[in-house]
Design a protein around this ligand. Structure first.
Ligand code: PLP
Length: 368
């Protein structure tokens, strides 16, 4: 038996006919760029996130960029974010001309540590981007309170958190703007590239809606300098189908996480992920910590079990940002966690037998 890290085929098989019918409708209507299929998805996704507005864009990186532009983040500004995120969070900050300031994360749940944010705030700080890493939301009450105290805006990077909750509130509904990726491997994945921004603010929504379509309020009337950041019609149609199943798929991931937790409980040398009291974790990633990480990954590979690292190099140490940062020591918790991180196979269709096999292999390796 092999265990893939992520099996997109299993899920596709379960909705194959439905997808084929919807995609045929897109073809027949030729609504390829934006259009009614995207609009329908936007309406449903806004309801799912319990926000007034959801606006489809081309991908998650662009969602972050559009959000920062909408909030007026500009050259010379500083934006605080987590040191352990995917590179896109930092790229979006850089591409509005601002400077990413990488702050360390909490040792128990791997998200931005609110206790370390204020020390990083300067006169130039304009925004905070908490990243709901692995599918668990950051401590939003604490972060919103800090933002309010210092007059900052908050952009949620919810790329890994479609359907995650903080004290019952969905990801993307608490900050000024929420940013989502629908990259195929995400919990809600398109069949291509796509993303969305969410907000309760009518003005921000109107601006982002115009901006993503060449700044036009109506065809060929360009009120602001915009961009082409539209979502395409096929993606809107696919996402609209998949959204109906997302809560169930997230629940399956939670059940899988619970099985991992049970089978790996009390295994010496393994630190399991912690689900905080405030959280509904949707386990985009199921990360454990072990000392001999690289050897474990090779051993699992030999057994036909895939695994991953999210992410192998912290942002303040990665090539693109290393020179502008302080090197090792800037974010000690992130630096301590990173070499021990390994992400185990996780997707809704993962079977109990595959989870058992993976856990047996981990135990066997650690007892050698
Ligand atoms: C996937 C991801 C992004 C970028 O999304 P794309 O759609 O791939 O551009 C941004 N931030 C985080 C945390 C992500 O996981």
């Amino acid at each position: 038996m092999k265990v893939q890290f992520l099996d997109l085929k299993a899920q596709y098989q379960s909705i194959r006919d439905e997808v084929a019918i919807e995609l045929q409708k897109v073809l027949d209507s030729t609504a390829f760029a934006g259009g009614p299929f995207v609009a329908e998805f936007e309406k449903n996704f806004a309801a799912f996130c319990q926000v007034k507005h959801a606006i489809g864009v081309s991908n998650g990186t662009e969602a972050l960029w559009v959000a920062l532009l909408a909030l007026g983040i500009k050259p010379g500004d500083e934006v605080i974010t987590a040191a352990n995120s995917f590179i896109a969070t930092a790229e979006a900050i850089s591409f509005v001309g601002a400077t990413p300031v990488f702050v360390d994360v909490d040792e128990t749940y791997y998200n931005l540590d609110p206790n370390k944010i204020e020390a990083a705030i300067t006169e130039k700080t304009k925004a905070i981007i908490p990243v709901h890493l692995y599918g668990q939301m950051a401590d939003m009450d604490a972060i919103m309170a800090i933002a309010q105290r210092h007059n900052l805006v908050v952009v949620e990077d919810a790329a890994q958190a479609q359907g995650a909750e903080y004290k019952g509130k969905p990801a993307g509904s608490i900050g000024h703007i929420g940013c989502f990726s629908f990259y195929p491997g995400k919990n809600l994945g398109a069949y291509g590239e796509a993303g969305a921004v969410t907000t309760n603010d009518d003005e921000l929504a109107a601006w982002m809606r115009m901006f993503r379509d060449h700044g036009q309020s109506k065809k060929y009337h360009h009120d602001i300098i915009g961009w082409n950041a539209r979502m395409d019609g096929f993606q809107g149609a696919v996402l609209n189908i998949k959204l109906k199943y997302l809560a169930g798929w997230n629940e399956s991931r939670r059940i899988n996480a619970k099985k991992y937790n049970e089978l790996l409980a009390n295994v010496a040398g393994v630190t399991l992920p912690t689900e905080m009291d405030w959280a509904k974790h949707i386990y985009h990633i199921y990360p454990i910590l072990v000392d001999n990480r690289d050897a474990l990954m090779s051993y699992l590979q030999e057994q036909g079990i895939a695994s991953g690292i999210h992410y192998p190099v912290p942002l303040h140490l990665t090539g693109a940002y290393a020179a502008a940062n302080q090197g090792v020591g800037q974010c000690p918790v992130t630096e301590r966690i990173t070499p021990r991180l390994v992400s185990l196979p996780m997707f809704p269709e993962l079977t109990e037998a595959q989870i058992s096999l993976t856990c047996e292999a981990i135990k066997h390796f650690l007892q050698q």
